[in-house]
Ligand binder design. Structure first.
Ligand code: V47
Length: 370
């Protein structure tokens, strides 16, 4: 069989699986990561997006808060981290966190997204204090806070088990966990990009414990640095297996690596082709995830809008001020207005749905094309 015929045969087989709701294999994922026929990958991803989300595309009105950039981990891809006392390091007092939350606040804000570094000396009570202070000041705002990496750290510094730590934070007002810190699970690559960070296995264990404690979460993968196509597919397959057991993941967000001011600054920014493909392949492999999110801060509003045709059904939110990717050279700006987000979605022929963190619909407006 010639090369092109073989490609068509592979696509036919994957297409039949997608139409029939059959699970794609690791090899299928690898084929989709590597084929030059990106349009066919997108067409298949679009079938699943429509099946799961119809004509709806989601966004949220949220505010990111990064309470400290001081971190004991020295991840090579991170431009945000500083050592304690180093120039540019900062740590907010709990009162500063409240001020920061107040900055972009209006009654439509439904989520605070809170992540930060692993500070060498702050006690667990500081992190719990952030949650309880935000929860008392803004009882109606959902707190999506602390990655699995932070939760693991809190458990170590507090002497509590993972289960106790999560229950205690939930008591204080924690609503769900964001998906950060996953990076790439494959051991060899992970050791090279973030040698100090918890293992992929541990990240998955923290999430499993959170899901079993009734806390839902997101999941991410950092791509576009030194990882291989096999690493990417392996990451997706591991997330899919955990989701089979818990069903606790809401959305998957592929995060495009930004190289400026990092230890991997000989790498390029990701291409539009790769950004779109990552979203489409994720949509196809993660058959048990309801949502695939294109985080516009990382891949630009323009590519996020295009990704709605390639499997994504969510473009995140208003954000207000995000520091992690901005430190590493993101050019997308720090905030989008509600009307900009809605227009991006409407222009793609879809219905903008304003959601809360748990994907309850807060407002929707069927488009003329619906
Ligand atoms: O874990 C760090 C990534 C993550 C860089 O759950 C970088 O809804 C690109 O997880 N270039 C934090 N990425 C952000 C995050 C997130 C963002 C938006 C929504 C959600 C969600 C989660 O940012 C880190 C790391 O993977 N990151 N440095 C960089 N130079």
């Amino acid at each position: 069989m010639g090369y092109n015929n073989r490609l068509m045969a592979d696509f036919d087989q994957i297409g039949r699986k997608v139409e029939g709701g059959e699970r794609l294999s690791f090899e299928d994922g690898l084929f989709l990561m590597e084929t030059t026929d990106l349009l066919s990958v997108g067409r298949l991803a679009d079938v699943i997006r429509r099946r799961k989300n119809g004509n709806r595309a989601h966004y949220i009105i949220n505010n990111h808060i990064n309470h400290t950039n001081v971190c004991v981990n020295k991840c090579r891809f991170c431009a945000f981290q500083r050592e304690k006392g180093a120039e540019g390091s900062y740590t907010m007092e709990i009162a500063d966190v409240l001020d920061e939350a107040g900055k972009g606040y209006n009654p439509l804000v439904s989520e605070f997204h809170v992540v930060g570094g692993l500070h060498p000396d702050l006690p667990y009570s500081y992190y719990r204090g952030i949650i309880s202070a935000l929860h008392s000041a803004y009882p109606r705002v959902h707190l999506q806070a602390f990655t699995a990496v932070e939760i693991d750290y809190f458990s170590r510094i507090s002497g509590m088990s993972l289960r106790e730590t999560l229950a205690d934070l939930k008591d204080a007002g924690l609503g769900s966990l964001p998906g950060g810190g996953a990076e790439v699970f494959a051991e060899k690559t992970r050791k090279r990009i973030c040698p100090d960070k918890i293992s992929g296995e541990r990240w998955l264990e923290v999430m499993e414990t959170a899901h079993n404690a009734g806390l839902r979460s997101n999941a991410t993968m950092l791509y576009g640095h030194i990882e291989s196509a096999e690493d990417r597919v392996d990451h997706l397959v591991r997330l899919r297996s955990l989701q089979d057991r818990t069903g606790g993941f809401m959305a998957f967000i592929p995060l495009a690596f930004h190289p400026l001011n990092t230890d991997l600054d000989d790498r390029c920014f990701t291409s539009g082709q790769l950004d779109i493909r990552m979203l489409a392949v994720s949509r196809l492999m993660l058959d048990n995830f309801d949502h695939i999110k294109a985080f516009w801060i990382m891949i630009s509003p323009a590519v996020s809008q295009l990704s709605l045709f390639f499997g994504a059904d969510d473009i995140d939110g208003t954000v207000v001020e995000e520091k992690i990717t901005n430190a590493a050279g993101a050019q997308s700006g720090k905030s989008l207005s509600i009307s900009q987000l809605e227009e991006m979605i409407r222009e793609a022929g879809m219905e903008p749905v304003r959601r809360d963190t748990l994907y309850n619909v807060l407002r929707s407006e069927p488009s003329a094309a619906a």
